[in-house]
Write a protein that binds this ligand. Sequence first.
Ligand code: PEP
Ligand code: MN
Length: 341
Amino acid sequence: MIVVMNPRSSREQVDHVVRLLEGMGVNSHVIEGASQAVVELLKLDGEFDRRRLEKAPMVDKVLDNPVPILAANRSAGDGAQRPREIPLGPRAVIGGKKLGIIAGPCSVESESGLLETAAAVADAGAVALRGGAFKPRTSPYSCQGHEERGLEMLARAREETGLPIVTEVMCCKHVDCVQPYADVLQVGSRNMHATPLLKAVGEQEKPVLLKRGWSATLEEFLLAAEYIMHAGNRNVILCERGIRTHEEYVRNTLALAVVPEVKRVSNLPIIVDPSHGTGKAHLVTPMCNAAVACGADGLLVEVHTAPDRAWSDGAQALDPDQFRSLIKGLKPFADACQREL
Ligand code: PEP
Ligand code: MN
């Protein structure tokens, strides 16, 4: 159970609620939310006078089994009904009228291949370049990425194309290395539950792209975003990348219903990754169309100059021509949703 205080409540009024609860034999814990404090009841056995609590000064409401989405709540901050706009470097944003399309290879491989891909996706209309230098691979025998050398190649591609770069950070130890190169730090599906990493990316100022854990519920996904925001960084972009189900014809099941649901409960922008969400190149374009149609703020798409020779995830990568056609074909869907490309 939680007690939600009025955004205008003072520290004394919050303390008053804590003391009131103590008097009823209930321990509690104060959470300082983005716009208001919340008092969480820690142990509730036996009787307690709920009405007295509801009537205490500056108590907005007492909720029974709530998910404390405080920082990312739809009504937090300025109460705007639009998603928060998150900068992707100095020129682009995610969460505005223009769709934020992020594209690039799964792994950073050669510098020439990366530059060619970056130029192609920039030309087609992508607003940022993605590419992994630290790769979370399922097998320890698969290539683990070029690490810092890969980050240097990404920085080079940014210099050539002007595209901000989105790249993954896998553990706290790597934050100091990845942070200066990246415009946006990606926390991958495998690490969505890694709370020390969520806190570490929350303590630095670059925006964070948080991918949904493949077994995470929406509630767990939003609470992972809360970890980052609670640590101080309000610039979080959510990314639906599919969940693991009994289904085998796709790599993951792309759960698009979270897009409108996130928009109902939260003010964070959400983008969709149909590459990992399906694992199959021929399904990427239709699912991008569907993602835009249901209100996604952007897309994350894997693009490779020669998908059949990619070091990782070639089966789900589009080549530059396919990517260009994808962007052209999105227009009617974007128009229908009053979005720009
Ligand atoms: C990726 O974006 O390359 C990646 C590893 O994604 P995920 O964390 O969603 O598996
Ligand atoms: Mn990948």
